[in-house]
Design a protein around this ligand. Structure first.
Ligand SMILES: NC(=O)c1ccc[n+]([C@@H]2O[C@H](COP(=O)([O-])OP(=O)(O)OC[C@H]3O[C@@H](n4cnc5c(N)ncnc54)[C@H](OP(=O)(O)O)[C@@H]3O)[C@@H](O)[C@H]2O)c1
Length: 287
């Protein structure tokens, strides 16, 4: 667009260009594998990377996409851990999965069983790992304990619901209101959600009814920020933790002074990419 008026002329306008290109595939080196990408999702962090707001940014031009599943087509002469036909996922962010084929280093990928659903394989490395670690690393959750989360219908939120249910942990799942609220609520309940409530309900007296049968949460998982995060904090147990992993509202997290003084809540953050880098020596596994 043209910056014709003085009010816009001082702004920096960023043009984001993502386009399909044909590129030559390099020869397969001794420790490389040639892979065919079977499926790769578009995650919010991919968009943040393109916008230039993510914590890691590749040198340009770059191939987008941080996760996905690929099939090994050919292996280099010194490759030990992989063979043709294996399914692999990226070990780290920034691999550039939005492409049809690639030559990758053997060490840049992890193999996984190829008898799981393709879409599960393509989305295994980020959201379920994030959910699993957040349910494991911040509070000692026992069967019967509760977790509260916003953006409960997100990829991370749905993984939280299923992993928590498998461990006997109650989930209080907060979603934004919508015309099809009941259908979405039913779907999350079928996955194992204990309660599904609207953002507005968090501020209403009827929330007290819920806590007559469900213990106050030890852990709050915040993928939204802003008012939504503040509301989660209000319902946390004394000494509980709120873990922020996303900021979908693009609003900062405000912590009431009373939550710190009278409830001594712990306000923490989690980034799965850092977790993987910190735990990547030896055999990598999130679980
Ligand atoms: N820290 C980490 O390691 C880590 C790992 C994985 C993901 N993440 C982050 O977690 C977040 C969710 O990722 P995902 O892949 O699970 O997302 P997703 O499946 O695309 O779902 C997006 C979620 O965000 C909600 N949302 C969107 N805009 C919103 C707004 N303005 N206010 C409130 N809620 C809003 C959506 O709710 P509606 O349905 O109501 O629109 C939906 O629940 C992202 O910020 C992502 O970057 C972080």
């Amino acid at each position: 667009s043209s910056a014709s008026s003085s009010s816009v002329s001082s702004r920096v306008i960023f043009y984001v260009l993502v386009r399909l290109e044909d590129v030559d595939i390099p020869p397969v080196g001794a420790k490389d594998v040639l892979v065919k990408v079977l499926a790769a999702p578009v995650n919010p962090s991919d968009m943040n990377m393109i916008q230039g707001t993510y914590a890691i940014l590749p040198d340009l031009p770059a191939v987008g996409g941080n996760e996905g599943v690929a099939q090994v087509i050919e292996v280099g002469s010194q490759v030990k851990s992989l063979k043709a036909g294996d399914w692999v996922i990226p070990k780290d962010a920034g691999l550039g999965t939005w492409r049809t084929e690639a030559v990758l280093a053997e060490d840049d990928v992890i193999s996984l069983p190829n008898d799981i659903p393709l879409l599960s394989a393509a989305t295994l490395g980020v959201n379920p790992c994030t959910a699993f670690r957040m349910l494991s690393d911040f509070e000692d959750l026992k069967p019967g304990d509760s977790v509260i989360q916003n953006a409960a219908n997100s990829g991370v939120g749905q993984a939280v619901i299923q992993i928590a249910a498998a461990r006997g942990i109650n989930t209080i799942n907060v979603i934004r209101d919508r015309p099809e609220f009941t259908q979405l609520s039913d779907r999350l309940m079928a996955m194992g959600a204990s309660h599904v409530i609207k953002e507005e309900t968090l501020r209403r007296p009827e929330i007290k009814e819920l806590f007559k049968t469900c213990p106050k949460p030890k852990l709050a998982l915040n993928g939204v920020g802003g008012k939504s995060a503040t509301e989660l904090l209000r319902h946390l147990q004394v000494g509980g933790s709120m873990v922020t992993y996303g900021g979908m509202s693009k609003q900062p997290v405000t912590v009431p002074v009373s939550a710190l003084i009278f409830k001594d809540v712990k306000v923490r953050g989690f980034w799965v990419t850092q977790w993987k880098r910190d735990h990547s020596h030896g055999k990598f596994a999130c679980f």
